[in-house]
Design a protein around this ligand. Structure first.
Ligand SMILES: [Zn+2]
Length: 261
């Protein structure tokens, strides 16, 4: 049993960390977070993300992808740039990609097109995907089912759905990313997680957003992963070491990364 954690979703490269990024990353290591996976957002976030990865090459891993909130009428141009990067060097995953109907429904068609395109790139390159869903989970489950092949795999990041949706995700062979939302009383994950085996779960912060209790409303950071792990342990009435061991292994298996002893 280990007490090592993995943050499968952290944007600690964003400017909110410009003043204390090194210290914040060190706090994550000190709290047992051994690896941090960095989802891309759009064209502008790529250099910042790659800088953070270059600074901590054994702990931080960059993904490449176009976030649905950054899909607009010029999305095909941005996708061409994303594809160029995918051809240029290895990435651990394609992310974050998906559908967001909450902030705007202006480009729903474009979002769906961009999502399918990036799903196909993931399958061609044998990479996992990291999925962002907001008011769109059923549509995403449907598209993933349509795109399903043997090597199509990934994470439904920031999962906050029902038990029925969780079961559909499990049936697709995908994982659920559990973050700070699990610590919010009204979120309802305390009803869902008791029925979901740990082998389908990974942990994430989504830093700087969605801080777990007791930091709710403040800037989130990867060092808060143990608070999320403890909450999952409490909900499932198991110990935190078991949560750490299994979710860490799930993440390493998915991203194809090894931990140095
Ligand atoms: Zn994110």
């Amino acid at each position: 049993m280990s007490n090592f954690f993995i943050d499968t979703h952290s944007h600690m490269y964003v400017s909110k960390f410009n003043k204390d990024r090194k210290e914040a990353i060190q706090r994550a290591f000190d709290s047992g977070v051994q690896k941090i996976f960095l989802p891309n957002i759009d064209r502008a976030s790529i250099p910042e993300m790659l800088d953070l990865e270059a600074e901590f090459p054994d702990q931080c891993y960059a993904m490449m992808g176009l976030h649905p909130c950054s899909v607009d009428k010029n999305y095909e141009k941005t996708l061409a740039l994303i594809e160029k990067w995918l051809d240029k060097r290895p990435f651990c995953a394609i992310g974050e990609i998906g559908l967001d109907y909450y902030w705007s429904t202006e480009f729903v068609k474009e979002q769906q097109e961009a999502f399918r395109t990036q799903c196909r790139w993931a399958k061609e390159r044998d990479l996992p995907i990291v999925i962002h869903a907001r008011n769109s989970l059923d549509d995403l489950i449907k598209i993933v089912a349509e795109e399903k092949t043997d090597n199509f795999r990934g994470i439904f990041h920031c999962f906050g759905g029902t038990l029925e949706q969780a079961q559909q995700i499990i049936d697709l062979g995908f994982l659920m990313g559990i973050g700070g939302v699990a610590t919010y009383k009204k979120a309802g994950l305390d009803k869902v997680l008791p029925h979901v085996d740990l082998k389908h779960l990974v942990l994430e912060t989504d830093a700087p957003y969605l801080s777990p209790v007791p930091f709710r409303g403040k800037r989130n950071e990867s060092s808060y992963i143990p608070y999320i792990a403890q909450r999952v342990a409490d909900i499932k009435e198991i110990n935190i070491e078991e949560v750490a061991t299994i979710t860490t292994q799930n993440a390493l298996d998915l991203f194809g990364v090894e931990v140095s002893a």
